[in-house]
Design a protein around this ligand. Sequence first.
Ligand SMILES: O=P(O)(O)O[C@H]1O[C@H](CO)[C@@H](O)[C@H]1O
Ligand SMILES: Nc1nc2[nH]cnc2c(=O)[nH]1
Length: 303
Amino acid sequence: MADLTATTDFIRSQLPSELQHPRIGIVCGSGLSGLAAVIHNIQKIPYESIPGFGTSTVQGHHSELAFGLLGKNNVPVVVMLGRFHFYEGHPISTVVYPIRVMAKLGVKEVIITNAAGSLNPDIPVGTIVVVHDHLALPNLVGTNPLLGPLLSPNHRRFLPLSDAYSSSLRRLVFRAAHQLSLEKSALAEGTYAWVCGPTYESPAEGRFLRHAGADVVGMSTVPEVVAARDEGMEVMVLSLVTNFVVIPPSYWSIREEVEAELAGKPVVLPTSQIVSHEEVLAIGKEKAEVMKSLVQGVVELLA
Ligand SMILES: O=P(O)(O)O[C@H]1O[C@H](CO)[C@@H](O)[C@H]1O
Ligand SMILES: Nc1nc2[nH]cnc2c(=O)[nH]1
């Protein structure tokens, strides 16, 4: 891992003193970097210039670390305008490096956003899911960001994750939503499944994740959550549902379809939907305002 002190020294050298000690860290997911528009006194540092950072290569992810003041009460924040995904080929330590940098800069709470597919018929596209738990298949089978030697004697060897998603921060989301007069249906609570990607789920994988208890699925966030907890920070995650994961019934049979055709019986084909990153970004754009207001509302309540 790169040297955290060198990274934070470099970052501070690029900032005026009032922005050097951010209180809250924010990660903007696919298509959700519009938050930058409401940050006052914003200063952006390109990822490629920061020691230890990779470059975010995914469409809809800017590749800049922003510092500034957010909300009516001018809370100093550090914002990742774009993140690193494991599927981009970054080592898992690089994926979570900015989170460790946030901790080193003094951040105590991290708000993480992402775009995700819904596995739950009760959670439609456009809903913002307040994540209360996760299912991390990569963590369970060997792609855990905490694999390897302890970073310091202060880090724990066995990190519990039963309380990873702060209940007090989750409460604040619903309070902020109330202040914004959001409809009840705008928010849901649920479990996020982290998959490596970059493929979207096959129907059987979608069914599997749903049966395992996940409500939404995406290719990010959980490594950041794990690293943030490892650094002792409080975490809140908001997933914007940008699409449905297609889960046709497993009993659909092409043989029965052909036999029905040959027998001259009516054939009802399952509706087919193919998810795309363009669709993900389009919904992100549509819902950017709500996400922005919600994050800003939580920051105002927190500080
Ligand atoms: O999780 P974020 O970065 O919001 O992006 C989500 O959208 C992309 C797929 O469309 C994947 O990267 C997935 O993880
Ligand atoms: N894995 C996964 N990631 C997503 N990100 C946005 N939508 C999806 C999805 O359907 N599946």
